[in-house]
Design a protein around this ligand. Structure first.
Ligand code: FAD
Length: 498
């Protein structure tokens, strides 16, 4: 049997590689033209694949590495050389991919065995046994279940420290004179330089800057990135995980998602490193628990909810939102300080941290009325860590509230949230204290207008009562001004003058 190693399965410890020594890898170029993908995403995937090929060869594997337009064309070449070959591949998490690959292989006279993908901490069978037939899952319950089952951050039957959640010690903003520890940089070697040139030539329409490529492309670099995070940024990760600071794109976030999603790091080793820091007294529990929750709770949860909600999830649009993305998402040009910072981070690095993604980029699109699929495409092309299985539940479910499978209420807020969690509003030409009138913060009128427009769906949903008590207090005159301001802002969004 030959192990077919996909571009997001770049880990030598995976089960199929322990049993076979023939490997197939196909670097398919055509997918990079379906959307104007960020050049750093393309460089990352192709460079990491080529480095993994070299690493496997050094370890003694016989690797057939094919560069082709598509998987189909790559498999044509493979089967011309090795007719009837039997392949084994770890089941890819994106919807329908395994069956599509099986069809491609079988129609060329080969066979494809799909096996468990052990780059996740939990299996589909485990989630399905936990969830049963229900479609209303709570991440918190799943998270506790996984911790109990795995013993991660547990003291016997109890959570370490006695609590499941230390968020009351988090959600802080740093003092004005604070500067975050620097993010690690992994500068391009010859292999990466070659890929950078290829990407520049082959994908001239790619959206984003290729200037500063600093992402880990090998397992060794990814491990160093993990160590760097644990030693330098983990301690402050918890308190500042929801904060936004002008001019700072990384803060104390781990920047590990791209490496984890490629398979360069396993979720298990990441969580183990973080828990060890806590056990050794090198990191506080509120930060460690906060981080473990993201990986053990959210990341695994998203994978399974996606799996069980597709294909409907990708098409969901329960609020019937249809607007195009405001021009600022492409140009970064806007007077809104929060939006211009967040789009700038994506353009420069293919990255924005979680709160920028949720409470700026998707929150603004949500209250503005953007079509969830248009937003999903933008996230998918713009981020180095974007893959359909993880981007779609986060953008369509969590960010756009296009379905209630992931949350019972939308992550929608006025400018108050950004003001509370960032230092942006103080230096923004828009006034966060104003809802209508000249220079009123765009988030405000759009937020109230959003609640009004979607009252039929939202008023009845749990946890929205307080918001609608504020809606009920506004008189007709106020609503007229809010609607006029919201319409004006949408026009500005289209004109690129926000
Ligand atoms: P940290 O803040 O350091 O968090 C640690 C790790 O937890 C991450 O590396 C990631 O592996 C995991 N994690 C945390 N939250 C989530 C989550 N909601 N879903 C999955 N994993 C999570 N994550 C992606 O990997 N790819 C995406 O395309 C993606 N798109 C997103 C779009 C939106 C609208 C939102 C709200 C979130 C999205 N996320 C996505 C989840 C999360 O924002 C990123 O995983 C995180 O910001 C990556 O940065 P980091 O590694 O510095 O994370």
């Amino acid at each position: 049997m030959t192990v077919w190693v996909l571009g997001d399965q770049l880990n030598p410890e995976t089960t199929p590689l322990q049993h076979e020594d023939h490997v197939l890898m196909i670097e398919a170029h055509n997918f990079g033209e379906r959307l104007p993908y960020h050049p750093q995403k393309l460089v990352l995937v192709f460079s990491a694949m080529r480095h993994f090929r070299d690493e496997l060869r050094e370890r003694g594997y016989e690797v057939t590495y094919i560069q082709a337009e598509t998987f189909a064309a790559g498999l044509d070449r493979f089967y011309d050389a090795v007719p009837g070959a039997d392949l084994v591949v770890m089941d890819p998490p994106s919807h329908g991919a395994g069956e599509r690959f099986r069809h491609l292989v079988e129609s060329r006279g080969g066979s494809l065995t799909l096996v468990e993908n052990d780059l996740f901490l939990t299996t589909p069978a485990e989630f399905d046994a936990w969830a049963g037939d229900t479609e209303s899952y709570r991440q918190e319950h799943w998270y506790r279940h996984v911790r109990r089952e795995t013993g991660i951050l547990m003291d016997g039957d109890d959570p370490a420290g006695g609590e499941w959640n230390y968020d009351d010690q988090n959600r802080e903003t740093p003092p004005g004179d604070w500067t975050p520890p620097s993010a690690p940089r992994f500068l391009p070697d010859d292999v990466t330089e070659e890929v950078v040139e290829f990407v520049q030539e082959r994908y001239p329409d790619a959206w984003g800057s290729a200037d500063e490529f600093v992402w880990p492309v090998t397992r060794d670099e990814a491990r160093r990135a993990l160590d760097h995070f644990v030693e330098n940024r983990l301690a402050d990760f918890g308190p500042y995980q929801d904060a936004m600071v002008g001019g700072e794109w990384a803060l104390c976030h781990s920047l590990l998602s791209a490496a984890i999603n490629l398979g360069l790091l396993t979720p298990h080793e990441v969580v183990t490193a973080v828990e060890t820091a806590y056990r050794d007294g090198k990191a506080p529990l509120n930060s460690v628990e906060g981080f473990v929750r993201q990986v053990v709770g959210w990341r695994e949860f998203m994978r399974h909810v996606y799996r069980r909600s597709m294909p409907e999830l990708a098409e969901a649009n329960q609020l019937d939102q249809t607007a195009s993305l405001p021009a600022a998402y492409w140009t970064g040009e806007t007077e809104m300080r929060c939006l211009s910072e967040a789009v700038g981070h994506v353009y420069d690095h293919g990255y924005a941290h979680h709160i920028e993604r949720l409470m700026v980029l998707s929150n603004f699109a949500l209250v503005y009325g953007v079509d969830p699929q248009a937003l999903n495409r933008w996230f998918h092309l713009g981020f180095v860590d974007a893959y359909h299985w993880v981007t779609t539940p986060n953008v369509v479910g969590m960010g756009s509230f296009a379905t209630d499978v992931l949350s019972s209420k939308p992550y929608a807020s006025s400018g108050n949230y950004v003001n509370r969690m960032s230092d942006y509003c103080a230096s923004c030409p828009y006034a966060v204290s104003k809802t209508t009138g000249e220079n009123a913060c765009p988030f405000n009128a759009l937020y109230w207008d959003f609640l009004k427009r979607h009252e039929a769906v939202l008023r009845g949903t749990g946890r929205m009562g307080l918001m609608y008590s504020h809606v009920d207090r506004k008189d007709d005159d106020e609503w007229e001004k809010i609607e006029a301001r919201a319409a004006e802002l949408r026009q500005m969004g289209r004109d690129g003058t926000l």
